[in-house]
Design a protein around this ligand. Structure first.
Ligand code: DGL
Length: 272
């Protein structure tokens, strides 16, 4: 395609959770075309080492580049925590992760300067959110907590079961008792559990959905690089995954909040 701005946006995640970010990009930027890559065969990234997640992120990005994308969106919080700098240094195109947008929103929303961050083990161990928040507001106090059971609960669709609420209380009560007034939902899956998480914190704690904030950052960066799509006509979003797990369509539609178009399988042998 001759006009660089008419190329698609590439989005990758460890699996289908990144479809929460895709749904937001589609909502905020309805003219943009998307190529999505979900590494379902190698999911989860959350418990893996930073080295492995960075290597996978490079391979995921290479796949998207072969699809002629104009921007890389790292929808996975775990990958964003450890790999965005490496990707930005390695590739000559804008790379947007989910950490900075979430940190910005948290800092601008907090009144008490006490911010909670929840995510996978990898995200919390990296302290990526604490560091990003610290750069924006040195005085902010950040309390972090990993909530690994939230990923399978969201994939199971157990959004408002009693057991989910019990687990949410177990993970989140210390943050609530510490007096946080803002909590960053630092994982692709957590927006699905927003209702239950909100029940633990009550109405006075604001939950930051990093998908929403990331889509706004994508819009800003497209503008800054004059990369907004100009072409009219039908959009052909494309979705690729490295495995098709049981109940894939049902799970994917839950994350996308609507019908999933055609999905193509990519062998992980093609990635390396
Ligand atoms: N996509 C991951 C994240 O946002 C959650 C799932 C996983 O552990 O791979 O951190």
């Amino acid at each position: 395609m001759s006009n660089a701005s008419n190329r698609p946006i590439g989005v990758f995640d460890s699996g289908i959770g990144g479809l929460t970010v895709v749904a937001e990009i589609m909502r905020q930027l309805p003219r943009e075309e998307i190529v999505y890559f979900g590494d379902t065969a190698r999911l989860p990234y959350g418990p893996k080492s930073p080295e492995t997640v960075t290597q996978f992120s490079i391979e995921d990005t290479e796949f998207l580049l072969r699809n002629d994308v104009k921007m890389i969106v790292v929808a996975c919080n775990t990958a964003s925590s450890v790999a965005v700098d490496a990707l930005s240094a390695r590739y000559d195109l804008p790379v947007v992760g989910v950490i900075r947008p979430g940190a910005l929103a948290a800092v601008s929303s907090t009144l008490r300067g006490k911010i909670g961050v929840i995510g996978t083990e990898g995200t919390i161990a990296s302290r990526a959110y604490s560091k990003a928040i610290g750069k924006l507001d040195r005085d902010a106090e950040v309390i972090e907590r990993s909530c690994p059971l939230f990923v399978p609960l969201a994939e199971e669709g157990w959004t408002d079961r009693e057991v989910t609420l019990v687990i949410a209380h177990e993970y989140l009560t210390p943050l609530r008792d510490a007096g946080v007034d803002v909590v960053v939902l630092g994982c692709t899956h957590y927006p699905i559990l927003k209702g239950t998480i909100g029940k633990v914190f009550g109405p006075n704690v604001r939950l930051i959905d990093s998908a929403e904030e990331t889509a706004s950052e994508v819009a800003e960066r497209l503008g800054a690089f004059s990369l907004e799509r100009e072409a009219g006509g039908d959009l052909e979003h494309r979705f690729y995954v490295t495995d098709v797990p049981h109940r894939f369509r049902e799970q994917a539609e839950r994350f996308l909040g609507g019908r999933l178009p055609r999905v193509d399988l990519v062998s992980i042998d093609e990635l390396g």
